[in-house]
Design a protein. Structure first.
Length: 442
C-alpha cells in the first residue's frame, strides 16, 4: 500500500493523542486514506522533559526540526505547538520546504491567517485547520463546505470547553472557581496558564475564524467585544436558575443590514434550550442558514482525543488530496480580497438584560431604581428580592446600613441605554457598589 510519511511538531497533550491514533489505529486510518499513514518524526523542544507515556518507535522522537525540513519523504506535518512565535516561523519554514500543514493553533490563524494562507498558496501548499475550533466537532468543514448553498444568517456557540467545564461545575455543584480551574488543568482541559480560556480571548479568536468562513469577512479578533468568566459571581448562577436560565460563555455572530454583530460574553440562556444544556467540556454551535434553517452541532470541544480526532481527519484529507482542492478553491484568509467586516456599533444592538444590585433595604429604593430604568426607556420584566438575604456590609461607607440583593430582568432594550442606565444606577445613594449586567437570550 502507498505510504504517506507524517511528522508531528509538538508532542504535548494533543500531539500525544495524534501519535497514539497514528500508531494504534493504523488499519483504520489506512482504510479511510487508502494508504498507510506513517509517523516518521515527532519533534519536541526537550528530549529529557517528562511527558505523557507513549511508546514511539526508535528514531521517531527528535529535538531537531531540521530532520523534518530536510527530509523530502515527509510530505505532511501536524504542527501542534501553541502561541504565535515560534509557531509562525516554523510553519513558514515547513511550507517552504515542501510540507503541507495541519494545525490546531487558532491563535496563530486568527492573528496571522492572511500571511500564512497567502504564502501557502504561493508555494502550492495547503493548511488544514479543523482542530482549531470546537475540538472534535467538524464545524470548519460544515460551514465552509456542507452549508455552502446557504447565506448563513447567524452563529451562536459555546466555543471554549474549558470555560464551559468551569461554569458547569460551579453551577451544578457549587464548586469554588479556583478549585474547578485546578481540576480542569488536571484533566487536560486547561493550560497551566488558563487566562486566554477564562477571559474570553480563546472564544473570540475562534469566533473570528468562524465569522470569516460563514460571512466572507476578515475580522480582527481583538476588536470583538468580549467578557470572560473570570469575574463571574456564583450568586448570579444561582439567581439565573431561579429565573429559569443558565449562564454560558456565548459567542455570537449575526449578520444584519448594518453589518455583523460580534460578541463573546456570559449570557443567560433559557433552561431546556439546546445551548443551555451543553455541560462540562462540550462545545456547541447553532447556525442558521437561509435555505437549511437552524442546525445544531454538539461535541467535546477540549481534551486530548477529541482534538486529535480532528487532526487525524485533516491528515487523511491532506494525504489523499482533498485539502489541496478545497484550499486553492475557497481562498481562505486571502489578503488580496480582505473584505473587512463592518461590525455593528454595540450601542445599537438590542436585547434583554439581567441586572443584579446590592441596595439599601429602605422605602423608596425600588421606586428610585425603576425611575432610572424608565428614564432610559428600559421596561422591567421581573424582580427578585429575598428578605432572608439582608446583610450588613462592613466595607460599606455606611456599615450600619442593611443591604439586600435585587435582581431585575428587563424587556428588550439597546446595549447603549443599558450601559447608560447601569452607570446611573451605580450613582444612586441607595445602590452599593457596582451593578452586574448580563445579556439574556431566549
Amino acid at each position: 500500500m502507498e505510504k504517506t510519511n507524517i511528522a508531528i511538531v509538538g508532542l504535548g497533550t494533543v500531539g500525544t493523542g495524534v501519535a497514539r491514533l497514528l500508531l494504534d489505529c493504523g488499519d483504520r486510518t489506512a482504510r479511510h486514506a487508502g494508504r498507510t499513514m506513517w509517523l516518521r518524526k515527532a519533534v519536541v523542544r526537550d528530549l529529557e522533559k517528562a511527558r505523557q507515556r507513549i511508546d514511539l518507535p526508535e528514531g521517531v522522537l527528535t529535538d531537531s526540526l531540521d530532520e523534518v525540513i530536510n527530509d523530502p519523504e515527509i510530505t505532511v506535518v501536524a504542527q501542534l505547538i501553541g502561541g504565535l512565535e515560534p509557531a509562525r516561523s516554523i510553519m513558514l519554514r515547513l511550507m517552504e520546504s515542501g510540507k503541507d500543514i495541519v494545525t490546531a493553533n487558532k491563535a496563530l490563524l486568527a492573528e496571522h491567517g492572511p500571511e500564512l494562507f497567502d504564502r501557502a498558496r504561493q508555494l502550492g501548499r495547503s493548511i488544514a485547520f479543523e482542530a482549531s475550533v470546537a475540538g472534535g466537532i467538524p464545524i470548519i468543514a460544515n460551514i465552509s463546505q456542507c452549508l455552502s448553498a446557504n447565506q448563513l444568517e447567524s452563529l451562536e456557540g459555546i466555543l471554549n470547553g474549558t470555560s464551559n467545564f468551569i461554569v458547569s461545575q460551579m453551577d451544578e455543584f457549587g464548586t469554588e472557581y479556583a478549585e474547578v480551574v485546578a481540576e480542569a488543568q488536571r484533566l487536560g482541559y486547561a493550560e497551566a496558564d488558563p487566562t486566554m480560556d477564562v477571559d474570553g480571548t480563546d472564544a473570540a479568536q475562534k469566533l473570528a475564524i468562524l465569522a470569516h468562513l460563514a460571512f466572507g469577512a476578515t475580522v480582527d479578533w481583538s476588536t470583538i467585544p468580549r467578557v470572560g468568566i473570570d469575574g463571574l459571581d456564583p450568586v448570579d448562577l444561582r439567581y439565573a436558575r431561579q429565573l429559569g436560565y443558565r449562564i454560558k460563555l456565548l459567542a455570537v455572530a449575526t449578520l444584519g443590514e448594518e453589518g455583523l454583530e460580534l460578541s463573546v460574553a456570559p449570557t443567560l440562556l433559557k433552561i431546556g434550550t439546546p445551548l443551555a444544556e451543553v455541560r462540562n467540556a462540550f462545545n456547541a454551535i447553532r447556525a442558521v442558514g437561509d435555505a437549511v434553517g437552524p442546525v445544531f452541532y454538539h461535541g467535546l470541544g477540549a481534551g486530548q482525543m477529541p482534538t486529535a480526532s480532528a487532526v487525524i481527519a485533516d491528515l487523511i484529507d491532506t494525504a489523499v488530496g482533498r485539502t489541496k482542492l478545497t484550499f486553492q478553491t475557497l481562498e481562505y484568509f486571502s489578503s488580496e480580497n480582505p473584505a473587512r467586516a463592518i461590525q455593528r456599533d454595540t450601542a445599537n444592538i438590542r436585547g434583554r438584560f439581567y441586572l443584579r444590585l446590592s441596595v439599601a433595604n429602605d422605602p423608596g429604593t425600588l421606586a428610585a431604581i425603576a425611575n432610572v430604568l424608565s428614564r432610559n426607556s428600559i421596561s422591567i420584566a421581573s424582580v427578585i428580592q429575598h428578605e432572608s438575604e439582608s446583610t450588613l456590609d462592613p466595607n460599606s461607607q455606611r456599615p450600619d446600613r442593611e443591604l439586600v440583593p435585587l435582581v431585575i430582568m428587563t424587556h428588550e432594550a439597546s446595549e447603549g441605554t443599558a450601559v447608560a442606565a447601569t452607570a446611573e444606577l451605580e450613582g444612586l445613594d441607595a445602590v452599593e457598589g457596582s451593578v452586574t449586567r448580563l445579556r439574556v437570550k431566549g
